[in-house]
Unconditional design. Structure first.
Length: 148
C-alpha cells in the first residue's frame, strides 16, 4: 500500500516538502516494481535514482541547517550518513545478483523484499517525523520558499 503525503509531514518549507514528496513517490515505486513483477534491473535503477535524489535532498537540508544555525546539525548530518549506509546495505543483495538481471523482483527472497521496502518506509517517515520536524520551528520563521 503506497504511503501518501499528508500535511502532518510538512516542515513549513516548500523545497524540503517537495523533496519529501518526491522521495515518497520514489519509495512507493519500489512497491509497484514488486507488485508488477518487473525486472530486478528496474529495481536497481530505482535504487540508484533514490540514492542520487537522497544526496541532493540531504545536501539541500544541510545547507538550510547551516544557514539557520541549527544546533543539532552534526547529529542530523550523521543521521543522513547512516541512512545512506542503510540504503546501500539493503541494496547490496540486489547488486550481487548482477549476473541475473533477467530475474524479476517477485523472484527475490521475501526477506530481501521486506527488508528493502520496510527500510525505505521506516527510513523516510521516521526521519521526517523524528529528525526533520525538529527543523520546523526554525523554518516556520522563514519564508516558505527559504533557500540559502
Amino acid at each position: 500500500m503506497p504511503v501518501a503525503w499528508r500535511e502532518a509531514l510538512s516542515v513549513s518549507n516548500n523545497l524540503i516538502d517537495a523533496d519529501h514528496q518526491h522521495l515518497l513517490s520514489l519509495i512507493n515505486s519500489f512497491e509497484e516494481i514488486f507488485t508488477a513483477d518487473r525486472p530486478i534491473a528496474d529495481l536497481l535503477a530505482a535504487i540508484g535514482e533514490l540514492r542520487d535524489y537522497t544526496h541532493t535532498h540531504f545536501a539541500r537540508e544541510e545547507r538550510m541547517m547551516l544557514a539557520l544555525r541549527y544546533a543539532r546539525y552534526d547529529h542530523h548530518k550523521l543521521a543522513h550518513a547512516r541512512l545512506i549506509e542503510q540504503l546501500d546495505q539493503a541494496a547490496k543483495p540486489l547488486r550481487e545478483l548482477g549476473g541475473v538481471l533477467a530475474a524479476t523482483a517477485a523472484a527475490l527472497p521475501e526477506e530481501i523484499r521486506d527488508n528493502l521496502v520496510g527500510l525505505l518506509r521506516q527510513w523516510l517517515l521516521e526521519h521526517i517525523m523524528g529528525e526533520d520536524m525538529q527543523l520546523k520551528p526554525l523554518l516556520g520563521n522563514q519564508s516558505k520558499n527559504f533557500a540559502p
